[in-house]
Ligand binder design. Structure first.
Ligand code: NAD
Ligand code: DAU
Length: 357
């Protein structure tokens, strides 16, 4: 038995593959384009493992996807592949449209053709799981109820609009062609192997490098944080027991304002790697101009997956963030290696004119 996983050299996909291979005999075909966000070093521990077949390529390359499906006959496809960084989507949306919308469409077409030709038993068992985000629901006010699966789609950034479009395509392929799909919409992840362009790893890496910690606007935007391995366990559970055509919100009921996240990271670093001069890393906090169209608050109502599939996160924010900071302290080589030329160019673009660059 095999599953095809796309985008599994990135943060969540790679964590998913590592967990999968640690607990299953089933092999994975990992199709990843290796953009700046894809990093095979994350998968070094499974290099040489026959159960991990890595293929560099684009989900939008129909001939390649057709060939991989025909050759490996997967019983499921999990689509993690995406352009994922909101700030990059604001600077240059093109890649987001190509991968998140056109790429997902091409993948759906290839999977539909493959699934349509499967023998009846395999056809009934087949699943396509599409990994999406809470950002498709837009922004909440402080007193609003958390996003349920019924919340209307109101994406506000090119990133979230492109993910919303992909979700709609997945839904339409189920409704129109009967393709056996599952969609998950998860809140903000954090944990090992997180690319240091995102808030939590950026703060850890900048703090240790003695650089400013750039907090957008007033720092009071709220995100709902989930440890990455809990996201992975939720995806496994949905793949195993989710109802066809259904959407499952995934989150850990962990809403926090950004400034609280940054202060927590600083306090953990103060404890685990105190500065020589005795000052706190929080003295490096620097308020910078806000993200255009910045969503104020996300919050996931995870009742459905808890109630219907019996899933619960294993980590609290306190245990997860401590593990995360410890992981970055223990893995400086991984960080140094992902901070390539392309990464440095991005830092110059995003934080131009500020000390962070
Ligand atoms: P990431 O940016 O770390 O990784 C994305 C991976 O996809 C990279 O390895 C990249 O090389 C690959 N990729 C990009 N374009 C591709 C293409 N055209 N074909 C094949 N591979 C391609 O992203 P992530 O944070 O791991 O997110 C994975 C998925 O989860 C995304 O779909 C994202 O929208 C979703 N998601 C992320 C979060 C989060 O907090 N990071 C939360 C909810 C949902
Ligand atoms: O909600 C799920 C989404 O979470 C995923 O779909 C996205 O792929 C993922 O990137 C993430 O999006 P965010 O925009 O919420 O994550 P990011 O880490 O970029 O930012 C988190 C918050 O921190 C956000 O309010 C912006 C703020 N921020 C971010 C950076 C990079 C700062 O204040 N300073 C920064 O330098």
């Amino acid at each position: 038995m095999t599953i095809l996983i796309t985008g599994a050299a990135g943060f969540i996909g790679a964590n998913f593959v590592l967990e999968w291979l640690a607990q299953s005999q089933e092999s994975v075909v990992n199709l990843d384009k290796l953009t700046y966000a894809g990093n095979l070093e994350t998968l070094a521990s499974v290099q040489g493992d026959d159960r991990h077949i890595f293929v560099q390529g684009d989900i939008g390359d129909s001939a390649l996807v057709d060939r991989l499906l025909a050759e490996h006959q997967p019983r499921a496809v999990i689509n993690f592949a995406a352009e994922s960084h909101v700030d990059r989507s604001i600077h240059s949306p093109d890649d987001f449209i190509q991968t998140n919308i056109v790429g997902t469409f091409r993948l759906l077409e290839a999977v539909r053709a493959y699934w349509g030709n499967l023998p009846a038993e395999d056809k009934a068992a087949f699943r396509l799981l599409h990994v999406s985000t809470d950002e498709v629901y837009g922004s909440l006010g402080l007193g609003d109820a958390a996003f349920t699966e019924q919340h209307r789609y109101e994406p506000n950034s090119p990133y979230s609009a492109s993910k919303a479009a992909s979700d709609h395509l997945v839904r339409a392929y189920h409704h129109t062609y009967g393709l056996p799909v599952l969609t998950t919409n998860c809140s903000n992840n954090y944990g090992p192997y997180h690319f240091p362009e995102k808030l939590i790893p950026l703060m850890i890496v900048n703090a240790l490098a003695g650089k400013p910690l750039p907090v957008y606007g007033d720092g009071m935007q709220i995100r709902d944080w989930l440890y990455v391995k809990d996201h992975c366990s939720a995806i496994r559970r949905v793949l195993e027991a989710g109802q066809l055509g259904e959407v499952y919100n995934i989150g850990g009921w962990n809403e926090k304002p950004n400034i609280e996240i940054v202060n927590t990271v600083c306090a953990l670093l103060d404890e685990l790697r105190p500065k020589a001069d005795g000052s706190s890393y929080s003295t490096q906090i620097s308020y910078v101009k806000d993200r255009p169209g910045h969503d104020r608050r996300y919050a996931i109502d995870a009742s459905k997956i808890e109630r219907e599939l019996g899933w619960k996160p294993a980590e609290t924010f306190e245990t997860g963030i401590r593990k995360t900071v410890q992981w970055y302290l223990a893995n400086p080589e991984w960080v140094a290696n992902v901070q390539s030329g392309a990464y440095r160019d991005w830092v110059q673009t995003q934080y131009a004119g500020t000390a962070e660059a």
